[in-house]
Every structure is written in C-alpha cells, then in structure tokens.
Design a protein around this ligand. Sequence first.
Ligand code: GTP
Ligand code: DAT
Length: 226
Amino acid sequence: MSKLFRAVIMGPPGSGKGTISERIAHSFGLKHISSGDFVRENISANTEAGVLAKTYIKKGLLVPDHVMTRLLLPRLEEMTKYSWLLDGFPRTLAQADALNSICDLDVVINLNIPLETLKERLRHRWTHPSSGRVYNMYFNPPRIQGLDDITGEQLIQQEDDRPEALVARLRHYKDIAKPVIDLYKAKSILYTFSDTETDRIWPNISTLLSTKIPIGQSDARCASTH
Ligand SMILES: Nc1nc2c(ncn2[C@@H]2O[C@H](COP(=O)(O)OP(=O)(O)OP(=O)(O)O)[C@@H](O)[C@H]2O)c(=O)[nH]1
Ligand SMILES: Nc1ncnc2c1ncn2[C@H]1C[C@H](O)[C@@H](COP(=O)(O)OP(=O)(O)O)O1
C-alpha cells in the first residue's frame, strides 16, 4: 500500500483554515478533521469529554490540552487507513508533542494573513452554529440571506468575531502558536503562505500538495467528513 499523507493546517482565527481545508478535502480526497467541529459534535452527543469541553468553551476558553488530546488522538487512531488533514489541532506545543507521538506529519500549511484582513473578514462572517459552516457576506454568501444553505436554519454572528474580541484572540494565538510553528520549521515541514486572498493562496497550496501527495491518493470519494 502506498504511504498515507498526513497534513496540518494552521493560522489565526479567520485566516481561512476551514475554507481552504474544504478545498483540499474536495480536490485531493483527504479526510478533513476540524477540531472545532469535532468538539461541537462531542458536546451535542453529551460524551464525557464533550461535557467537560463545554465548561471551558462557555467561558470563552480553549479546551485544556489533556481533554483535547483525549478527544482527538483516538479519532486519529481510527483513521490509520486514510490520508487526512487536521484543522484546529494542534494549537499548543503540548498538543503538537502528543500528535508527534502517534504519527509523522508530511506537511504543515501555515496561513499568514494581515490583521486588517482578518478583522474585515470576521466582521462579515456568519456561522451556522450546529454544523460550524461559515459564510461571508461578500466572499461566499448564503443563497438566502441569513439562512444556512443546507438546513435553511438561521445563521448567527459569533460574539468572538467582533473586532475588539479578535485583537485579543489574535494576540493569544500568536503566543501559543509560535513554539508550534518553530517546531515544524525545525522539522522542515512548514510551508507558509502569505496573502490577503484565499483565491490567490489556493493555487500555491494546490501545487505544493500535487507534488507531495503520492499518486493514487487523490480519491475524491473519501472527501470531507462533514
Ligand atoms: N473576503 C474574503 N473572505 C474570505 C476569504 N477566505 C475566506 N473568507 C471568509 O473569511 C471567514 C474566515 O474563514 P474561515 O475559513 O472560517 O477561517 P478559519 O481560519 O477556519 O477561522 P477560525 O474558525 O476562526 O479559526 C469566513 O467567513 C470565510 O468565508 C477571502 O479570500 N476573502
Ligand atoms: N486544538 C484545540 N485546543 C483547545 N481548544 C480547542 C482546540 N480546537 C478547538 N477547541 C475548542 C475551543 C474553541 O473555541 C472551540 C471551537 O473551535 P474552532 O471552531 O476551531 O474555534 P474558533 O471558535 O476559535 O474558530 O473548540
């Protein structure tokens, strides 16, 4: 069997991780695992870890590393037969070390987007809370204003996406992501993409992955998990 492909996508809130992950999953047939979606699924299903995670998220905090790894690692271990792309995990060095103990990553995509662009995007981001699907009033608007394309349910603007909240989130992201980025740089698997537009970044990511993903792995049938 040819070698499976393991990738991580990193970037500050609003950098386009979710948007680009969907494109990668669709074009290259990788399983897309979003830590945020997975946490929300566990909260809805009332699993032990989900109940615990909810107590932190309600306070606007990140879920502690040991809870996060207890949630995510078994999920990844179920996926040993698939190539996957992980979005939203690892967020801390402890999470990166835990991930390192169960697999070798091939590529880490690091999105470097200017602060002004992030603020502007998140100001116009609308979210479907139960699925985590996101829209932008200009970039990818829903078919009917204010409603989710798939379920027709109401979209909301998250408190976290207000510009004032974003500056604090971004500062926090930078502090915790720096050692993770340094680790992947030292391993020579970090690929950084800097631009203000996803559509300009995407061709470069697509070219990179075309050279890295073994032939026969691009199977659109095993695309995104949601
Ligand atoms: N104007 C514009 N909006 C974009 C672009 N790329 C993504 N967006 C929108 O920007 C917002 C953020 O994109 P996401 O894919 O949710 O970013 P993320 O990195 O997953 O964000 P978090 O979930 O907060 O970590 C969404 O509303 C997207 O629709 C772009 O190139 N231009
Ligand atoms: N790797 C991780 N470490 C800690 N908490 C995490 C995490 N991934 C997700 N979470 C938790 C905290 C987030 O506020 C929540 C939703 O995740 P998300 O949708 O990726 O985040 P955000 O709301 O920052 O865009 O789940």
